[in-house]
Design a protein around this ligand. Structure first.
Ligand code: SFD
Ligand code: AMP
Length: 675
C-alpha cells in the first residue's frame, strides 16, 4: 500500500552488498564489482544480490556534478607511485598513509584509461609538442593514453580534459554494468545498522525516498559507504541570496563520516580540513591558472607573497625544503598579507596571458583564452557569472582570490576520513614494526580486506578514506574499484554468516520520521509555520551550527584561529545543538532531507572540533591555528589522531596512532629534486 506523509510505507529488502552513494567512488565500485560478481556466478552459481542507492540522480550527483576540466591524478610514464605518495605526504604535512597512497598511485591510471575509452575527451600533445584539445586530438587520430598518447599536463600530476559531461560518462558505465534494476536513486540513507549478534559487524542501512512517502530498510552483508565529504558546517562567505554557493558540493553533508562513526568505525585525521584559495565569490578553481597559465598571485601592491614571505616556510616541516610548499602553507603566506591589511589578493591573469602570447601562436593563444572560460564553464559555472557580471576579461583585468570557509574531505587536498585496511603487499617497515601481525605493514594498517573500515563488512572509498588525500576524481574512482574486489571476497568468506538487524523496523521508522512527527504534532500551535516553540526548522538549525563553527572552531570570522578556551565553548554549544536537533521539524520530504543532512553535519562538526582539541599543535597553518599551541610539534604530534564514537553514550574518544614512513621522503627536498 502506498504510504502517506502521516503513515509512510516501510519497504524491506535483503541484499548481499549495498552501495551507498553514486559519486566517483561508488561508480568505480559498481563497475568493478559486477566483473567479480559475474565471475563468482560463473564459478559457483551464486548470484550476489547487489544494489546502489544514491540520494540524487547518478548522472549528475556528487562533486563532479558540474563537470571538471582537469583530472588531477594521472601518474603517466614519467613518475611512479612512490613519487605520488611523496607528494601526498608533503602536501598534508607529513602525516599520511604511504600504503594507501602508493596503492592508489599504481592503480589510478587504469581508471583514467577507462574514462577515455568510455568517451571522455582528453587533451593531447602531438609529436611536435603542439597541444590539441580533446575533440581535436580524436580528429587528428592521436593515440589514446593507454597506447602511449601524451596528455597535456597542467601540472606534474594533472591532465586537461573537456569534462563538462565527465560525470555522465562515468555514471553511464556504472549504470550499464549494474543494470537499472540494481539502482535506486533519490533515496537518502540516514543511518547504518549493526548486527544484533556482533556489534562490530555491519548488517544494513536505512533511509527514505525524497520523492515518495517510503522508508527503506536494507539488510546487507557488505556495505560501501561513499557519500562524499562535508560541506556547509561553517558559515559560508556568501550569505543572503548567495547562500548555497559553496566550493565543494553543498549536497554532501558529512553522511560518510557521521554514519560510519555511529556504526562504530574508527575515524582518522578529522582535525584536517581544506581551505581552498579560490576566485572570490564564484569559487572558481585556481589550479589551471597557477599551473597551466603560470599565473602569479600577488597582494594589492603587486608583491608576490610566495616570494616575499618565503622565510615563513622555515618554521614548518619540511622547513623550506619542499620543491612545492604544501597547500596549507601557501595559504599561510597569503593570509599574512590579508591580516596585515595588504589585501585584496589578486591572481594576475593579465600578465600571465600576455606572457603566453610571447611564445604561443595566435591560434594557441585564442585556444587558451577560450580555455580560461571553459575551465569555469566545465566545473564552476557560477564563476563565469561573476566575470560577466563584473565586466572581467581576464586578459585585461585581474581577479580577486580569497581563502574560503573550511571543507572536510578526504579525496581532494584534505585527508580527514575513516581508518581503513591497506593493501596486503606494500611497505617494508623496520623490524620493530612487524609486531607479529601483518608481516609487511605497520601493525594496525591491514586486517585483510582492502578499504574495509574497523567495522566488519563496512567499506569506504574516495572522500571516505582518511589519511591519504590527493586522489581527486580519478583516484576516488580507482579506490572504489579496489574496494569492490575486497567486498566480493568478504561476502564469499562470510557466506555462512547470517546478519541480523539490531533495530526493529518500527524503531527505524519512528527514528527516521521523527522530524515529520514533530511537525504534525505541533504545527497548529502557532499561526506562522516557521515560528513555533516546539520545533526548529532545519534551516535555522543549520545557521546555529555554522555560527558556532565559524566563531569558535576557526572559521573565517577569526581568520581560522581558535584556542582551547574557544573549543571548550564550542564543545558545550554543540552538545546543546545535538540535543536540539531532536526537535527539527520536516514539513515535507525535502525538509526531511534537510533535517537529516544537518544531523550528519553536526556529528561531523563535532568530530572535527574534538580532533582539533585533542591535537595540541597547529599542524596545518593556513587551514587553522590553535593560537594556544601555535607551532608544529614533530616530537609529540607526528602521529595520526584517530577517534571512536559511542552512539549509546554519544561520546567521542580520541587517541594517537603511530605514523610510519614507508616511502623515503628525502627525495622531496630541493637538493634532491630533479627540478
Ligand atoms: O578544480 C548520498 N574535484 C576534482 N577532481 C579532479 O580530478 N579534477 C579537478 O579539477 C577537481 N576539482 C574539483 C573537484 C570537486 C569539485 C566540487 C570542484 C572542483 C568544484 C574532486 C572530485 O570531484 C572528488 O575528489 C570526487 O568526486 C570524490 O568522489 P566521492 O565518490 O568520494 O564523492 P562524490 O563524487 O561527491 O559522491 C558522493 C555521492 O554520495 C551521494 N550521497 N547517497 C545516499 N545517502 C546519503 N546520505 C548520501 N549523501 C551523499 C551523492 O549524491 C553522491 O552520489 S578542482 O578543485 O581541483
Ligand atoms: P585547484 O584548481 O586549486 O583545485 O587545483 C588543482 C590541482 O592543482 C590540485 O592538484 C592542486 O593541488 C594543484 N595546485 C593548485 N594550485 C597550485 C599551486 N600554486 N602550486 C602547485 N599545485 C597547485
Amino acid at each position: 500500500m502506498a504510504g502517506t506523509f502521516d503513515k509512510p510505507e516501510v519497504v524491506q529488502e535483503e541484499l548481499d552488498i549495498l552501495l551507498v552513494g553514486g559519486g566517483m567512488a561508488c561508480c568505480g565500485t559498481a563497475y568493478e564489482m559486477m566483473r567479480w560478481a559475474e565471475a563468482v556466478k560463473a564459478e559457483t552459481g551464486k548470484d550476489l544480490k547487489i544494489k546502489l542507492v544514491d540520494k540524487a540522480a547518478m548522472d549528475r550527483s556528487g562533486a563532479v556534478a558540474m563537470g571538471l576540466s582537469a583530472i588531477n591524478t594521472y601518474i603517466g610514464d614519467k613518475q611512479d607511485p612512490a613519487d605520488y605518495a611523496r607528494m601526498v605526504s608533503n602536501d598534508l604535512m607529513g602525516i599520511t598513509r604511504d600504503d594507501l597512497a602508493y596503492d592508489l598511485g599504481r592503480n589510478v591510471d587504469d581508471s583514467v584509461h577507462m574514462f577515455e575509452e568510455w568517451g571522455l575527451p582528453i587533451w593531447k600533445t602531438d609529436a611536435a609538442g603542439v597541444r590539441h584539445d580533446g575533440a581535436e586530438a580524436i580528429k587528428e587520430g592521436l593515440p589514446l593514453l593507454k597506447d602511449g598518447g601524451q596528455p597535456v599536463r597542467s601540472g606534474k600530476w594533472q591532465i586537461m580534459i573537456n569534462g563538462e559531461s565527465y560525470k555522465w560518462i562515468v555514471a553511464e558505465a556504472a549504470k550499464k554494468a549494474l543494470g537499472l534494476d540494481r539502482i535506486q536513486e533519490r533515496v537518502f540513507i540516514v543511518h547504518l545498522i549493526n548486527d544484533k549478534n556482533d556489534p562490530g559487524r555491519i548488517a544494513g542501512a536505512a533511509g527514505f525516498s525524497v520523492r515518495e512517502n517510503k522508508i527503506y530498510i536494507y539488510k546487507a552483508k557488505a556495505i560501501m559507504l561513499a557519500a562524499g565529504g562535508c560541506v556547509n558546517i561553517f558559515r559560508p562567505r556568501s550569505v543572503g541570496e548567495g547562500t548555497g554557493r559553496a566550493w565543494y558540493p553543498v549536497w554532501n553533508a558529512g553522511s560518510t563520516y557521521s554514519m560510519a562513526a555511529e556504526a562504530g568505525a574508527e575515524l582518522t585525521m578529522m582535525e584536517n580540513r581544506f581551505v581552498p584559495a579560490r576566485f572570490k565569490d564564484g569559487y572558481g578553481p585556481v589550479g589551471a591558472w597557477f599551473l597551466l597559465f603560470k599565473a602569479r598571485a600577488a597582494n594589492a601592491y603587486g608583491e608576490d607573497y610566495m616570494t616575499k614571505n618565503k622565510d615563513m616556510l622555515n618554521d614548518y616541516p619540511p622547513y623550506g625544503q619542499a620543491a612545492v610548499p604544501a597547500s596549507c602553507l601557501r595559504n599561510h603566506l597569503m593570509l599574512k598579507e590579508m591580516k596585515e591589511g595588504r589585501g585584496p589578493i589578486y591572481m594576475d591573469t593579465v600578465t600571465a596571458l600576455a606572457k603566453l602570447r610571447e611564445t604561443l601562436s595566435p591560434k594557441e593563444v585564442k585556444h587558451l583564452e577560450a580555455e580560461a572560460w571553459e575551465d569555469f564553464l566545465d566545473m564552476c559555472i557560477g564563476q563565469c557569472g561573476v566575470w560577466v557580471g563584473e565586466n572581467i576579461e581576464p586578459e585585461k583585468k585581474m581577479s580577486e582570490l580569497m581563502p574560503t570557509e573550511p571543507y572536510l574531505l578526504g579525496s581532494h587536498s584534505g585527508c580527514c576520513g575513516i581508518w581503513v585496511s591497506g593493501p596486503t603487499d606494500c611497505g617494508a617497515p623496520t623490524k620493530e614494526e612487524y609486531d607479529g601481525i601483518p608481516a609487511h605493514l605497520p601493525s594496525g594498517w591491514n586486517w585483510g580486506y582492502r578499504s574495509m573500515t574497523t567495522v566488519k563488512g563496512l567499506f569506504t572509498a574516495g572522500d571516505g578514506v582518511g589519511a591519504s588525500g590527493h586522489k581527486f576524481s580519478s583516484g576516488s574512482h580507482a579506490e572504489g574499484r579496489m574496494a569492490a574486489k575486497a567486498m566480493v571476497k568478504y561476502c564469499l568468506d562470510n557466506a555462512d554468516v547470517n546478519v541480523e538487524l539490531d533495530e526493529t523496523p518500527e524503531q527505524i521508522a519512528e527514528a527516521i520520521w521523527k522530524p515529520v512527527r514533530n511537525f504534525l504534532e505541533f504545527k497548529d500551535y502557532s499561526t506562522a509555520i516557521d515560528v513555533n516553540p516546539n520545533y526548529i526548522t532545519p534551516k535555522m538549525l543549520q545557521f546555529r551550527l555554522q555560527k558556532i563553527m565559524d566563531e569558535y572552531v576557526a572559521g573565517v570570522a577569526t581568520y581560522y584561529n581558535t584556542n582551547d578556551k574557544m573549543l571548550a565553548v564550542a564543545e558545550e554549544k554543540l552538545e546543546m545543538l545535538k540535543e536540539d536537533s531532536q526537535k527539527m521539524r520536516a514539513k515535507d520530504l525535502h525538509e526531511l532531507l534537510r533535517a537529516w543532512e544537518n544531523y550528519h553535519r553536526i556529528l561531523t562538526a563535532e568530530a572535527h572540533m574534538k580532533h582539533i582539541q585533542f591535537r595540541e599543535e597547529s599542524r596545518y597553518p593556513g587551514f587553522y591555528y590553535r593560537t594556544d599551541k601555535n607551532f608544529v610539534d614533530e616530537e609529540n604530534w607526528h602521529c595520526f589522531v584517530n577517534s571512536i564514537y559511542d552512539k549509546k553514550s554519544k561520546k567521542w574518544t580520541c587517541f594517537k596512532r603511530k605514523h610510519v614512513d614507508l616511502v623515503d621522503k628525502s627525495k622531496l627536498f630541493k637538493a634532491a629534486a630533479p627540478h
